[in-house]
Design a protein. Structure first.
Length: 566
């Protein structure tokens, strides 16, 4: 027989007992013929077997014991075999019994209590209790835990499941709120506006409050110490499920939880957007001019294009990788832009400082643009009808070109060279070599034997091949100045005048005049460059465009026409 004080304590925790008897057509009458209710009938049956332990538990351990009967759903076997698809064919008595049972449960059955009268126990909590007891019963060498232990374990299990459900709810609300908005500013604590962290804090605060409300419903004075420790543990479990945060260098860093997944998704979206935006804007704004400078090898800058590119990038890009992507991509772009400083500028003050019948001496100054990149210079020459040809590369600032033809026009240029690029041929000088030595000697002899009046004219005519590449600008008539028409006579005729004129002029004076007009042809500080027209030692420069070729040929034509008129 169960002790009375024992079942009274259990009645504080166990729910009302409701027994539903299915497929009951009628209830037997009592011994005295009185009609019994279903509850009276079941109690009568249990009392007859009171000596049985199960009967005694049902009668004494539950606060109340009630019984309801339910008529058969139908007498048709076809309906009973497919009852869910034949709801409209169910027996009216069956439907009435079900409705009465539901109303009885909602209005008469008391709320189940937990460990004490302060805690209510719903169906989910009761299921947790049953689960815990079955778990212990199925373990080897285990005993059934006390009600206190079972209750605390069930509370923890229930709240952990609730924390998991609320974490899923948080993720769903975050996904809905961020749909179509990534990438966005991640944000810091205290930052206003719609940021990822602000959205997180709003949803997290609401979800955490809901979790705390449920947790408060399990508070009990008899379990206060245990529940306080459990509450701290469960709050930490819930918070880490949302966001696992560590402190690093006096800053909080998210390393796990559902929030971490959203942060990583925002970073990926920002990385993709910023990288794509950088490439597209750089290609459309900066790349065209940069490629043009590198292709033409004409020094220039892209400062305006870079400023416009930066403005558009930071206006349209967003997300936490905004500055990181820009810095990384700029490092790659700067390598290509650095080539702009390797394109040497044009040499300056290119001039002819000496001319003879087979040689020309030139001098130039280093370029002022990108001078540090200049390593050497490339000397090029072009005669009429030919392409530019590289004679030599050197490090000095002057060159003596030999092996030229007498009385011929040449275009000469010098280009600065770096380790990677060759400057453009901006400055070009034109020069005409002097007549051959034999003609100079003939004029020399004629000048010695001619009259004092003719001598200066012949000297002027012989030596007026411009030292700077020009042509004779004054006719012999203008040189004589007295209206005397000078005709250069054959050498034999001039010699025939010897008995008459005699040596009226000095040969040294003539040599001095010629030397002054030849200029500086010394080889002491100048590299001598032999020009070979055979092509064996000459490197061709890439072909000029049609316009460049036509222009250069026009220059030669203008020079020849001016020379013919003279």
């Amino acid at each position: 027989m169960v002790e009375e004080h024992s079942h009274e304590r259990c009645q504080l925790h166990l729910p009302d007992f409701l027994w539903l008897l299915r497929d009951v057509d009628s209830i037997p009458a009592s011994n005295d013929g009185r009609e019994l209710t279903a509850t009276e009938f079941i109690q009568q049956v249990l009392r007859k077997g009171a000596s049985h332990k199960a009967s005694s538990v049902l009668l004494h351990y539950f606060p109340s014991l009630h019984c309801l009967t339910i008529n058969p759903p139908s007498t048709d076997e076809g309906v009973l075999s497919e009852i869910t698809s034949n709801l409209e064919n169910l027996s009216p008595q069956f439907n009435e019994n079900i409705e009465f049972a539901v109303n009885h449960i909602l209005h008469n059955v008391k709320v189940k209590l937990g460990y004490d009268t302060q805690i209510q126990c719903d169906g989910k909590m009761l299921a947790c209790l049953i689960e815990q007891n079955f778990h212990h019963l199925n373990k080897r060498d285990s005993c059934i835990p006390t009600l206190r232990v079972s209750w605390l374990t069930a509370v923890e299990l229930r709240l952990r499941k609730l924390a998991d459900n609320l974490t899923d709810q948080y993720q769903g609300e975050m996904s809905t709120k961020l749909d179509g908005k990534l990438p966005m500013v991640e944000g810091e604590n205290g930052e206003t506006g719609e940021t990822l962290m602000n959205i997180h804090l709003q949803i997290f605060a609401k979800t955490r409050l809901e979790f705390q409300k449920v947790m408060l419903s399990f508070q009990s004075q008899s379990l206060n110490d245990k529940l306080t420790r459990l509450e701290t543990s469960l709050i930490d479990y819930f918070d880490k499920g949302i966001a696992t945060i560590v402190s690093y260098l006096d800053q909080d860093k998210v390393i796990g939880g559902r929030l971490f997944n959203f942060i990583q998704a925002n970073i990926r979206a920002s990385e993709e957007l910023c990288t794509s935006l950088y490439k597209s804007r750089y290609m459309s704004i900066v790349q065209p001019k940069l490629q043009n400078i590198l292709f033409t090898q004409m020094p220039g800058d892209i400062d305006q294009e870079l400023h416009k590119f930066r403005c558009e990038y930071f206006k349209e890009a967003s997300g936490p990788t905004l500055h990181r992507v820009y810095k990384r991509m700029r490092e790659n772009s700067a390598k290509l832009e650095g080539d702009l400083k390797l394109i040497p500028g044009p040499v300056e003050d290119l001039e002819v400082v000496g001319v003879d019948d087979d040689r020309v001496k030139i001098r130039w100054k280093a370029p002022t643009i990108n001078l540090p990149s200049v390593e050497q210079y490339e000397v090029l020459i072009k005669s009429k009808g030919n392409k530019w040809e590289v004679i030599s590369t050197r490090k000095g600032h002057s060159a003596l070109i030999i092996g030229l033809k007498s009385s011929s026009w040449y275009c000469i240029t010098v280009r600065a060279m770096s380790a990677k690029y060759t400057g453009n041929k901006v400055m070009v000088t034109r020069v005409r070599t002097l007549m051959s030595k034999s003609i100079q000697n003939t004029l020399h002899a004629s000048a010695v034997l001619a009259s004092p009046l003719v001598y200066p004219c012949l000297v002027a005519y012989a030596a007026t091949s411009s030292i700077t590449g020009g042509i004779m600008t004054k006719s012999p008539l203008e040189v004589i100045g007295g209206g005397l028409i000078l005709t250069i006579l054959p050498a034999a005729f001039v010699i025939g005048l010897t008995p008459i004129a005699g040596p009226l002029a000095s040969s040294d004076q003539y040599k001095k005049e010629i030397s002054d007009r030849l200029g500086d042809l010394s080889e002491s500080d100048t590299e001598v460059l032999q020009w070979s027209t055979s092509g064996d030692a000459v490197v061709d420069v890439p072909d000029e465009s049609d316009s460049d070729r036509d222009a250069s040929q026009g220059e030669f034509k203008d020079l020849e026409e001016s020379s013919d008129e003279s």
